[in-house]
Design a protein around this ligand. Sequence first.
Ligand code: 8X3
Length: 252
Amino acid sequence: MKQIALVTGATAGLGKAIAERLIHDGYRVIATGRRQERLDELAGQLGPELLPFRLDMDDAAAIAALPGSLPDGWRDVDVLVNNAGLALGMEKAQDADIANWQGMISTNVTGMVELTRVLLPGMVARDRGHVISLGSTAGIYPYTGGNVYGATKAFVRQFMRNLRCDLLGHNVRVTNLEPGMCGGSEFSNVRLRDDAKAAAVYADTKPLQPADIAETVAWVLSLPRHVNINEIELMPVCQSAGGLSVARGMKE
Ligand code: 8X3
């Protein structure tokens, strides 16, 4: 029997690459996202092993109803890939738009925990499952303008670590993947709301690509059932953490 994976945010970028890779590796995939036409396109491309399922991660009622809303034969989700997430804005905290902060918390934290909560009982009851979340290096290393985005990813990190404690004794694995700069997605276009500025983020670099993240997901899943990869931090070779900063000449 093929395993079933549910991938959130599967209409583009990392989620799409992960969905494609999992279909290739023999999974049946529930691909969720907000844009129906993109989901239909993906279904057309990947065939009947992919179930397009419209889901807005800000819609608590839809998330709560999800297990019962899935068609027969698609309800026993073995793998949850918490990929949906976004960054909004790069302003310093003192200048940031509170609506941007609320938007990031709603999708990256609230939607993610709600969906995990509704799918975990089935995994525990069947004594098989794997929750894989997309954290970020932004949840580990602070940077200017990363304020709430980084904090949501630090939440993901600690939530995944705590899930490992709660799931001890059950064959349900939990992994947090923490990529650094990754191109080939809408991440910076959404964050900066300016395509030229988004392109400049990756200018003259060789960032990670969605396929690199999909490869990591595939590897983590392929390991024997007794092996749990807790966390993986990955960056392109052209990136490193910045170190500490000092402001000189400040007024006392
Ligand atoms: C994306 C990594 O460095 O743009 O989560 O915050 S970064």
